[in-house]
Design a protein around this ligand. Sequence first.
Ligand code: PLP
Length: 400
Amino acid sequence: MAFLSDTLARVKPSPTIAVTSRARELKAAGRDVIGLGAGEPDFDTPEHIKEAAIEAIRRGETKYTAVDGIPELKAAICAKFARENGLSYTPAQITVGSGGKQVLFNALVATLNPGDEVVIPAPYWVSYPDMVLLAGGTPVFVEGPRETGYKITPEALEAAITPKTKWVIFNSPSNPSGAAYSAAELRGLTDVLMRHPHVWVLSDDMYEHLTYGGFEFVTPAQVEPGLAARTLTCNGVSKAYAMTGWRIGYAGGPETLIKAMAKVQSQSTSNPCAISQWAAVAALEGPQDYVRESRAAFERRRDLVVSALSACPGIDCPTPEGAFYVYPSIAGLIGRTTAAGTRIDSDETFAAALLDEAGVAVVFGAAFGLSPAFRISYATSDAVLAEACARIKVFCEGMT
Ligand SMILES: Cc1ncc(COP(=O)(O)O)c(C=O)c1O
């Protein structure tokens, strides 16, 4: 009898973490490496949020809480959904978990049976397919190619839906492409979903606040209220308030689903960290200056990176609407040879050669299900980004 489960054998470790570890190893060995793999803001958590956490410790908020969130945080989340998304949820329709990741995982574990399909637009966040597999479901991919701005079309969505489809996952702005759907584009997709009442919608709005150039963020249940009764709107404080280490994510959705998700959480982690929950209350209810300031910094960096990469021969870098990633295509470099003699036959070889020969760590597109491309996280300083792009340019110019 095998010790490890068959389910685990179907799952792969996170490729983004693998890249970060490889870059760390090279650095430890004394190599000059710039890591552009990490998916977290380089800013510190705002001071008033840290103070709220310290206060909570002093007040003795250090015990178990209700499994899926304290009433104060649920109230703050209801107010946030109403204020920013025009969505009306009661506290019983809100769940809080240890990061957006746990919330998504709970939803899939609570609902998937063997054979159930989950439609995932590609390029996708690396965790979606593996979470679906761990929960016993089957991922079904729909490509959103470079030509359509890394977005899927209503026709492609329609073609992917079968009688077995349980969920469609939306992630706008997207990790890894930064692409975000306008209200009109999302309407095209929600119209398709209105014709398939057995399909549920999982909207991962983690990068909601990071949109640029006046782009207006929208979420499916807002664009099509007719979908609200079968939509789980997921969000969190990790990216919006530079709180990745605090581990608080949340979602709003129909009460039966929320209760089922709490049942899963009650038998795994129980409540998310009590102190972090109080910090999240301060994040959602306190001053929002950090959100504005970080958005301005990320927009400046996006423009810097897009313009620098556009000057690299063979790289085609679209300007994304949001998040802190760019996803340039390297179709123009396939078949070329680097100055050190590596033949580029895939985005994986490209990323490996870029790391070894130029000291820049990026994540290859195949990890996100759409090749040939690579992801750069621009959540790092302007100076580091400028240096990294200069190295990429020299690397590309050296190819024959
Ligand atoms: C698209 C997307 N969803 C969810 C998450 C998970 O966020 P959290 O850190 O709150 O678990 C991430 C984190 O990288 C993400 O990129």
